[in-house]
Design a protein around this ligand. Structure first.
Ligand code: NAD
Length: 253
């Protein structure tokens, strides 16, 4: 898919990786609708990009369905869904104050996994009716997992479970949606410099950078965005999760 033909919903588009994707797509002639719970940042980001903002909680089935429809109207079509909304949900299974509250585990899985599924299915439901492009392509769904899907650290049981689920649903979804010409791919980022990481203590950030073999620094959101663009442009990528991590392999802690 050519970037200037892209009409994309980007969840988590108010911040970090999602925002970088929105910037990249718009800079290349695409049109974007940002879905986020952060109204202030979302409105500002959308305005700066001449895009649209829809206050959306990705865990709401009704809210997502309504806003996906509204976004398609506003964009004059929909052919790309990019799931970047996510939360850390950090915490030990057996913490100092007792076992992790089930709500912590469940809400992490709700936002990161169930939310991604929710937006993907609502998007696919509309994109299946698109006019077929080259090779019969009608749309692309890109999810964001994490390397924590594979080697989660202590304190990441909930986060890793949610991201492992995102990796797991990628192939069956790609297989199922292939009859509509809708591709599904996932990116599993290592450690990127975004507000999510910005909030961590400096010593944690330094040790994270030092743990990355090459280049020994945090990933840049633009590097994530250019990977999204690569997936959009290369029709043969389907059903796969791509690690984007400078060869980092997370240690237990
Ligand atoms: N930054 C990293 O190092 C890193 C590494 C691996 C994976 N990821 C994943 O990449 C994605 C983007 O992360 P980021 O670093 O840009 O984080 P970020 O915190 O900068 O952005 C996440 C955005 O998601 C939004 N959001 C949270 N809950 C939501 C909900 N229920 N509905 C709609 N929007 C919601 C937030 O408001 C925020 O704008 C996340 O899924 C994250 O797990 C990030």
């Amino acid at each position: 898919m050519q970037l200037n033909q892209v009409k994309a919903i980007i969840t988590g588009g108010a911040s970090g990786l999602g925002h970088a994707v929105a910037q990249h797509l718009v800079a290349n002639g695409g049109h974007v609708a940002l879905f986020d719970v952060n109204e202030e940042k979302g409105q500002a980001a959308a305005q700066a990009l001449s895009g649209r903002f829809f206050r959306t909680d990705v865990t709401s089935e009704e809210g997502v369905a309504a806003n996906v429809n509204a976004a398609k109207e506003a964009l004059g079509g929909l052919n790309v869904v990019i799931n970047c909304a996510g939360i850390l949900g950090a915490g030990r299974v057996l913490g100092k104050e007792g076992p992790m509250a089930l709500g912590t585990f469940a809400s992490t899985v709700m936002v990161n996994l169930v939310g991604s599924f929710n937006v993907a299915k609502a998007g696919a439901s509309l994109m299946q009716h698109n006019e077929a492009g080259e090779d019969g392509e009608r749309g692309v769904i890109i999810n964001t997992a994490s390397v924590a899907a594979y080697e989660g650290q202590i304190g990441q049981a909930a986060y890793s479970a949610s991201k492992g689920g995102v990796v797991g649903m990628t192939l069956p979804m790609a297989r199922e949606l292939s009859r509509f010409g809708i591709r599904v791919a996932t990116i599993a980022p290592g450690i990127f410099w975004t507000p999510m990481v910005d909030g961590m203590p400096p010593q944690v950030q330094e040790s994270l950078s030092a743990s990355i073999p090459f280049p020994s620094r945090l990933g840049k959101p633009e590097e994530f965005a250019s990977t999204v663009a690569f997936i959009l442009g290369n029709r043969y990528i389907n059903g796969e999760t791509i690690r984007l991590d400078g060869a980092v392999r997370l240690q237990p802690k």
